[in-house]
Design a protein. Sequence first.
Lengths: 106, 232
Amino acid sequence: MTTTEHHESAAHEGLGPRQYVTIFAILTVVTVIELWLSYSDIGGLLIPLLILLSAFKFVVVVAYFMHLRFEPRILNRLFAGGFVLATLVLFALISLFWNDITHPLG
Amino acid sequence: MAAEAHAAPVHHATSTGTDNRKLLMWLFLASECLFFGSLIASFLVFKARMVLPPFPHAREIDSSLLAGLPEVIQEQCAHVVSDTLVECHGILDIPVTSASTFVLLGSSLAMVLAVYGAQHSRPGMMKAWLLITALLGLTFLGFQVYEFRTFGSEGLNLSTNQFGASFFVLTGFHGTHVGVGVVYLLSLLAASFRRNGLGPEAGFHVETAGLYWHFVDIVWIVIFTVLYLIPS
C-alpha cells in the first residue's frame, strides 16, 4: 500500500449494483421505522431510538456508499476527526446555552 | 478486463498512500461536518428557547403571548385548552418532508450506481445514473422550495422568531449544497459527452463527486431526525 494502488479500493471489494440496492432497501426500511416511531407514543425511548437509527443510517452511507470502509486508514481518521470535533462543538454549544432560559427568545 | 484497465485512473505515488485530490475532498467534508454541526447545535439551542409561534411541533402556550402577533400566526393557535392556555399546531409537514427524504436517499443509490458505471467502463450506465441523480436532486430542491413558500404563507420567515432564523439558515445552507451538487453532477455529465469522455480518470472524477453527494445525504439524515422527527 505504498502508492495509490490501494486508492481505487479495488472497485470497493466486490460491491455491485445488487449490494447497493440491498443497502438502499435497508436504509429505506430504517427510515420507515423512524417515521413510525415519531408517530408512536413510546415516551422517553423515542429520542434515543431516533438518534440510534439516524446514526446507523449515517454510518451505513459513509461506510458503503462513500466506501470509507475500504479506504486507507488516513481517510478514516481524517473524517472521524472532523466528525468528532463537530460533535464536541455541538455539545459545547448546547451545554453553554441549554439552561439559559432566563432570557427567552422570540 | 482490458476495459477495466482502461478505466483505472493514473495515480502518482504519495506519502499518504492515497490520491491527494481524494484526500482534499475528505478534508473538505470533515470541515463541512464542523459547519453543519454548528448550525445544528444553534438550531437545538434556539429550539429549547422558543417562546412565540410558529413552532415546529404542536405546543401549548399562554394565550397572552399571542397579543400583537400577525393574524396568520394567531390562527395557528386557535385551539383553546383552558382560560389561559392555547395550543398551537406544529408548522412542519412531516409527510411531505418524508417524501423528499426518500428522494434524496434514492439519489444516493443513483449516485453510487453512476460511480460503479464509471469505474467499470460502462459510460452509458454512468451517464444515465448521473442524470437520474441530478434530477432527484432537483426534485428535492423542488420540495424545499414548496416547503419554504408554505412556511412563508403561514407567517414564518427568517426574522419571525428563532425557529424561523435557525430553520431557514440550516435547511437553506443544506439546499445550497444540494444545488451545488446538482451543478457539479451536470457538469460531469456534460463533460462525459466530449469525444474522449471524462478521460482515463472517469472513475475517479465521478467517485469524488459521489463523495460530495453522499455527504449532502448524510447531513440530511441528521437534519431530518433532529429537526423534523424529534419533538420539541
